[in-house]
Design a protein around this ligand. Structure first.
Ligand SMILES: [Zn+2]
Length: 40
């Protein structure tokens, strides 16, 4: 399945946070978590 963020065709997992719902690969989940944390 394709990651909705980087479009890599790899294994993805459902990701549900405020304002975003989609399928992300592990790497993008990691990045997304960091982005959320950086947000004030
Ligand atoms: Zn990705």
């Amino acid at each position: 399945m394709k990651c909705e963020r980087c479009m890599a065709d790899t294994s993805v997992e459902r990701y549900d946070v405020d304002g975003f719902t989609g399928w992300l690969c592990e790497e993008c989940v990691d990045v997304w978590d960091r982005v959320q944390t950086d947000d004030p």
